[in-house]
Design a binder for this molecule. Structure first.
Ligand SMILES: Cc1cc2nc3c(=O)[nH]c(=O)nc-3n(C[C@H](O)[C@H](O)[C@H](O)COP(=O)(O)OP(=O)(O)OC[C@H]3O[C@@H](n4cnc5c(N)ncnc54)[C@H](O)[C@@H]3O)c2cc1C
Length: 479
């Protein structure tokens, strides 16, 4: 908590808004809210170092309470850090300058399910799994299935522009939004238009998708939903090499076969992850393809997909290994199968058009494994979210024996990230597809945006003149 009389003043004003039981300045709470799931703060704590903590943690229950909190923050010029589930992997919720962490989880109501228009309106702090279970009771689904659904919130899906397992058919979380309620940094509560596909000027709702709490706080969203599918057909194939597998994925997408998922593991992850998680000992490139919807249609799409794969030399492994992958798809990301400390690791994912995809993969593999050979750096990857024009490369570096010293470890980690990001950008890739920027990638934003960066900075200064919203994230400093 901020010291002295001013610290107490702020505390009592916040308590007036949320109630005494919904504000904390306890040391344990402040420690809990000092880290997210990213490697940097986890390693830092693991090595006995301390992280910056928030001064206050508040748990508001409405947009009006959030509005009042932001007005207090503006008066005292203190940072505000929006917090959903804290499952982010980019340091987006780290309170690097202290301030007020606004935990949104009490905004957990489903406002309406419209079974005619197929939409759900819910408050932004609702847990992903709980929202899904409620929809499932009506045979409906929000087709955004991130591996973190059990620990993430609706607002946390939207703020960093996340992608779920079946984004290839249903789009990213941001593609499912019809409208949002937001609290701007000055406390004004606004609503974006009721539908996104209008032609009444620029779509300013998109400004907030990807703003990661730097432009305000999302308090409610109306999302497009779907009927639960009659079937989900999962099929696995094995390719001898990456080129043909990537070409198969490209053909499925450009011929509009509409797969819900194409998951393509490079030779290294086929030999390691696929073996460890699914138990298959395979040499080559493992690929899972899935279709959903009406059984007859999905079966036909699956047949066409198999024709493409077989034409390109794949071995048909059948449905069982595909279904096994689907049933264990989250195991890849959680202990005991996930990457864990004391290892050093990072998901340096990239998005690009098809013409650059394979060369980006090879360039990054070479850059990371050769530059950090003294650390026995390993590079593995899979291609996971596919578009008509390209796909995302979900690639990772792993160092099993990093430096013990926290400072040295962090420096090495950041050097590897720089190598990975530069290589992606030099070869026509984007910085990432779905994890967002947070603190970890903030320093690359200028390179990513080039001459357009000052425009984004100017927008930030207009929306948030006192710079209170999540400072240090997304490349926006304090001012
Ligand atoms: C094991 C694991 C698996 C994962 N798998 C996936 C995956 O498959 N797909 C994927 O996209 N991501 C994945 N992630 C990353 C992360 O879980 C997602 O980005 C998730 O959507 C974050 O939600 P959250 O509620 O936990 O957000 P938080 O971590 O709390 O916040 C993330 C960022 O959004 C901001 N924010 C949060 N809520 C709001 C709000 N209401 N208004 C404004 N800003 C807000 C925060 O300030 C922060 O900058 C995974 C993470 C883990 C740990």
């Amino acid at each position: 908590m901020r010291q002295g009389i001013q610290g107490e003043m702020i505390r009592s004003e916040l308590a007036d808004v949320v109630g005494e039981e919904y504000i904390s300045t306890e040391e344990t709470d402040r420690l809990i809210y000092s880290t997210d799931w990213s490697w940097m703060p986890q390693m830092w704590l693991d090595r006995g170092e301390r992280l910056a903590t928030p001064d206050y943690i508040v748990h508001p229950a409405s947009a009006e309470e959030i509005s009042a909190i932001l007005k207090i923050a503006n008066t005292y010029r203190i940072p505000v850090i929006p917090w959903g589930g804290g499952s982010g992997t980019q340091g987006g919720t780290l309170p690097i300058y202290g301030g007020i962490t606004v935990d949104t989880k009490r905004l957990d109501k489903i406002i309406a399910i419209d079974t005619q228009s197929l939409t759900v309106t819910a408050q932004a702090g609702i847990n992903g799994a709980q929202l899904e279970w409620a929809l499932n009771e009506h045979q409906l689904t929000l087709p955004h299935y991130p591996a973190s659904a059990n620990c993430a919130t609706l607002g946390g899906y939207l703020a960093p522009r996340g992608s779920g397992t079946i984004s290839t058919k249903y789009g990213k979380a941001e593609d499912m939004v019809l409208s949002m309620e937001l609290v701007l940094p000055d406390g004004t509560i606004i609503r974006t238009p009721p539908v996104p596909n209008h032609a009444s000027g620029p779509d300013f709702a998109r400004l907030f998708l990807g703003s990661e709490g730097t432009f305000g706080i999302i308090t409610e969203a109306t999302m497009q939903i779907d009927y639960l599918p009659e079937v989900r057909l999962l099929h696995a194939v094995l390719f001898a090499d990456l080129s043909n597998a990537l070409e198969a994925g490209r053909r499925m997408m450009t011929r509009r076969l509409d797969p819900m998922v194409i998951r393509l593991y490079d030779p290294s992850s086929t030999a390691s992850l696929v073996k460890e998680v699914l138990g298959y000992e395979l040499e080559g490139v493992y690929m899972v393809i899935g279709f959903d919807g009406y059984e007859e249609l999905a079966t036909l799409q699956e047949q066409y997909a198999m024709e493409i794969c077989l034409e390109l030399g794949a071995r048909d492994l059948g449905r069982e290994p595909g279904e096994r992958w689907w049933n264990h798809r989250y195991d890849f990301y959680f202990p005991p199968k996930s990457l864990q400390l004391p290892w050093m690791y990072g998901t340096v994912e990239t998005l690009s058009t098809y013409n650059n995809l394979e060369r980006i993969y090879h360039a990054k593999k070479q850059a990371i494994e050769e530059t950090y050979a003294e650390w026995n750096a390993r590079y593995i990857g899979h291609f996971s979210h596919w578009f008509h024009w390209g796909a995302s490369l979900y690639d990772r570096f792993i160092i099993e024996q990093p430096p013990q010293d926290a400072h040295q470890a962090l420096r090495l980690h950041n050097r590897i990230w720089t190598t990975a990001i530069r290589t992606s950008l030099e070869h026509g890739g984007m910085i990432n597809e779905h994890h967002g920027v947070g603190l970890k990638l903030a320093r690359y934003m200028r390179a990513q945006y080039g001459a357009a960066w000052p425009l984004l900075e100017a927008i930030k200064r207009t929306i948030d003149p006192n710079g209170i919203m999540n400072p240090g994230k997304l490349g926006f400093g304090i001012y």
